[in-house]
Design a protein around this ligand. Structure first.
Ligand code: BJ8
Length: 426
């Protein structure tokens, strides 16, 4: 067998990517990854799988999805945690997370979106307009969700360029909101039946629930080891695991994360860490961080601190709760899925007391020295909710640092100074 690198360019061309722009994107992400990840010392060996997945992010995984589609199956792209992966998989389709974490084609984006739009929205529109995201182009359907106003309106524009279905999401969590959301999940089932030509059965649904729960259980195992001091895995690697969880093959990813969990559990037993015992322990909370957004973790962990937990959609909100596997009927299973997803504590909800409770519980259980609240500029929900997070943290006697940023690297120097001062003060 030849070890010559595979040429994915014909596949990218077939997908309609702009090869020159795509080269520029990959040319930027590679060094970012090397700087942030390969420079770390004492990483668990199991993180080698993430290095491999990242090296093939637009290669092997896209080829797998491409082959899957060419065999007559469907791929569904999502931007938010509220879209139930179980329902997608129970229709024989695969689900990939699309949230983009880098600035791209902003000139084009700012022709259709206001400049003061959050980086996350600008990024996904930029990836679409710049024709650089093979995951988007492999998606037969993109499922959006009515969370914040910016996303809602951006999906209308995206809908002019791609096949988009938007799920309506209540903004509160009362009994009648729950009923509404359960109906919305059932509408999604009809939509997916139409897309895939497959009818979900109790058996396919049970199996999908179990598979996705297994993925969450594996991530929970790694998360729990981060309670130890010294901490056996960096926050950066733990964040990467969650980011990859959104698009990797589910059973393979679960297996690899369970292997990593075996290793980091052993590290805890042996007292082996990636940071010295006593390093300042930080909980990060706020908006999600999509690949290749590793900015905050990198700053904290190169400033001598260590991130031990993420209360965010690329963190605990993704894996801390499981879907009920014991529903006796198809309806009970579907309701169990709807209820689990509505229980995610996104700042788009009012009130959002559950998030405050989660932050405080996590701060205690992971024994944190301080909290870092992360918001993207122009994100009303998280920037405003930061006031409440600050209040509950202060009431509990936990120091907190609030950071508002974007995807550019221009403020790294200034943020590093603030983070260093914060860590020193802890
Ligand atoms: S469940 S956090 S993934 S909506 S940063 S686009 S809120 S203006 S991302 Fe999110 Fe789902 Fe909630 Fe999670 Fe709007 Fe804010 Fe931008 Fe945001």
């Amino acid at each position: 067998m030849s070890d010559a690198p595979v040429d994915y360019r014909p596949m990218w061309t077939e997908l309609g990517l702009d090869l020159e722009a795509h080269d520029a994107l990959l040319g930027a992400v590679g060094p970012m990854y090397a700087n942030a990840y390969m420079a770390q010392e004492g990483r668990p060996e199991g993180t080698g799988y993430f290095d491999f997945v990242m090296s093939e992010i637009h290669g092997l995984r896209i080829k797998e999805l491409d082959d899957f589609r060419k065999a007559g199956n469907k791929v569904v792209g999502t931007f938010c945690l509220y879209v139930p992966e179980e329902i997608v998989r129970a229709h024989g389709a695969q689900c990939v997370g699309l949230c983009a974490g880098a600035e791209f084609a902003y000139d084009e984006v700012e022709r259709i979106l206001p400049r003061n739009t959050c980086s996350l929205i600008k990024s996904f529109m930029g990836f679409k307009l710049g024709k650089v995201c093979p995951y988007m182009e492999e998606s037969d359907l993109v499922i959006g969700e009515a969370t914040c106003d910016g996303k809602k309106k951006a999906y209308e524009l995206l809908g002019e360029l791609h096949n988009v279905h938007v799920m309506e999401l209540p903004q509160m969590k009362r009994e009648r909101d729950k009923e509404f959301w359960r109906a919305e999940v059932r509408d999604l089932i009809s939509k997916l039946e139409e897309l895939t030509g497959n009818t979900m059965t109790e058996e396919t649904l049970r199996s999908a629930i179990k598979e996705v729960n297994d993925k969450r259980r594996a991530l929970q195992r790694v998360w729990k080891t981060r309670k130890a001091d010294p901490v056996p895995i960096s926050g950066k690697d733990a964040l990467l695991a969650t980011q990859i969880a959104f698009y990797d093959d589910v059973p393979r990813f679960t297996q690899m994360v369970n292997n990593l969990a075996d290793e980091v559990e052993q590290r805890v037993a042996d007292g082996v860490g990636v940071a010295p015992k006593g390093a300042k322990r930080v909980l990060v909370t706020g908006a999600p961080m999509s690949i290749p957004n590793w900015k905050i973790h990198d700053i904290v962990e190169t400033s001598g601190g260590v991130i031990v937990s993420e209360e965010m959609c690329t963190g605990s909100r993704y894996y801390d709760k499981l879907v009920d596997e014991d529903g006796a009927t198809m309806d009970e299973l579907i309701d169990g899925i709807a209820d689990k997803y509505l229980d995610i504590n996104c700042a788009c909800f009012t009130p959002n007391e559950g998030r405050m409770e989660d932050i405080l519980a996590m701060a205690k259980d992971w024994n944190v020295d301080g909290i870092l609240h992360y918001s993207l500029q122009f994100c009303g929900p998280y920037q405003i909710e930061a006031t409440q997070v600050e209040r509950v943290a202060k009431d509990a006697g936990i120091p907190i640092l609030k950071i508002d940023t974007d995807y550019s690297m221009e403020d790294v120097g200034q943020l590093s100074t603030r983070v260093e001062a914060f860590l020193e003060m802890l």
